[in-house]
Design a binder for this molecule. Structure first.
Ligand code: G3I
Length: 319
């Protein structure tokens, strides 16, 4: 049977994964699956600020450059992740942030965005410009960015990124916005306003970190309402965690979750990529964060495909 990327190509969809660049360098079985199954890649960590500028003014591009080169050699597009976030900031920044003036902090953020987007200019398909700016209740997250710069940092970030690489597609990316509710409504209001103000935003990324204990009531309709604003949409970090050990009931729910999320993207013309957040259960971020949960990916601990993989294949074959 055909690979995910081959099955997705005729319908114009890119199938992506987050990539652990340590494994890319060291694990041939991992790399073989990566390059045969996926047509888009997202660095799981190595384009984040703490990774690219561990010491102020000293850039460390090598791991991300290696991924970008590997992607080019393998016909994969790159989702850049992520420019403005509250997490995985370099220590030098979090330590000095409180003593900086708003103008100083704004200049540091502008330099970071400009330097990083310029470094990768022409090589990034979609950039996650701003990541996770909202709380689940729809209020803006109380990050150093909001505290010091006010909500205008979001529009500024998109403008600075666009100036550095006018051809990259610029995304707002968040989790728990797959269903309608306070958070997704707040993102909808934000991006509507950005569009109305002429801010260069091209898309919204729905991370889609799911758990079998929660439902997924209206993903397709929700994607559709964002698409109607004239935006691309993408599922950017799909996984489906559950409690361990996995029962057959839970695995059925996981398979259904992968099926539904892919079907929703396929049903919305403006949905341009479907990305899983890693593909091997042995390397997933989930067990480290949700005690007692895991098995969230489409390949098992030994990099063998699970029914979650097979359903993606079958769903693409029917598209
Ligand atoms: O690199 C250091 C290493 O030097 C150190 O020895 C080790 C000890 O803890 O930590 C390593 O850093 C880890 C880093 O991943 C790189 O492997 C961090 O501890 C660990 O917290 C970090 O986790 C990442 C997480 O983001 C951090 O927020 C996960 O790999 C990554 O999958 C996850 O990805 C996020 C997306 O960016 C945004 N959406 C949610 C998603 C899941 O949390």
């Amino acid at each position: 049977p055909d690979s995910l990327r081959a099955l997705a190509a005729p319908v114009g969809l890119r199938i992506g994964t987050a990539v652990n660049t340590d494994l890319l360098a060291s694990n041939p079985a991992y790399t073989k699956i990566l390059n045969s199954q996926f047509s888009s890649v997202t660095p799981e960590n190595v384009m984040k600020w703490e990774s690219v500028e561990p010491t102020q003014g000293t850039y460390n591009w090598a791991p991300a450059d290696a991924l970008v080169a590997s992607a080019k050699a393998n016909g994969q597009l790159v989702r850049g992740h992520t420019l403005v976030w509250h997490n995985q900031l370099p220590q030098w920044l979090t330590q000095e942030a409180s003593s900086l003036s708003a103008d100083q902090l704004r200049a540091i953020l502008k330099k970071h965005i400009t330097d990083e987007v310029t470094h990768f200019k022409g090589k990034i398909w979609q950039w996650d410009v701003v990541n996770e700016a909202f709380n689940d209740d729809g209020t803006l997250r109380n990050s150093i960015w909001l505290q010091k710069l006010g909500s205008g940092y979001i529009a500024d970030a998109f403008r600075w990124a666009h100036a550095a690489d006018p051809k990259a597609k610029l995304f707002y990316n968040d989790y728990n916005i797959e269903f309608t509710g306070p958070k997704s409504n707040a993102v909808y209001a934000l991006v509507s306003q950005l569009k109305a103000q002429g801010v260069p935003i091209d898309g919204v990324g729905f991370q889609t970190h799911l758990d079998t204990q929660y439902g997924l009531p209206d993903l397709e309709n929700n994607l559709q309402r964002f698409a109607k604003l004239g935006l691309n949409v993408a599922e950017t970090e799909v996984d489906m965690r559950t409690t361990l050990p996995v029962t057959s009931l839970e695995q059925n729910a996981q398979v259904a979750g992968y099926t539904t999320t892919l079907q929703a993207c396929l049903a919305v013309k403006q949905c341009i990529s479907y990305t899983v957040w890693g593909f091997g259960d042995a390397y997933s971020w989930v067990p480290g964060v949700f005690a007692g949960e895991g098995a969230a990916d489409i390949y098992d601990e030994n990099l063998q495909p699970k029914p979650e993989y097979t359903t993606l294949q079958q769903t693409l074959a029917l598209a």
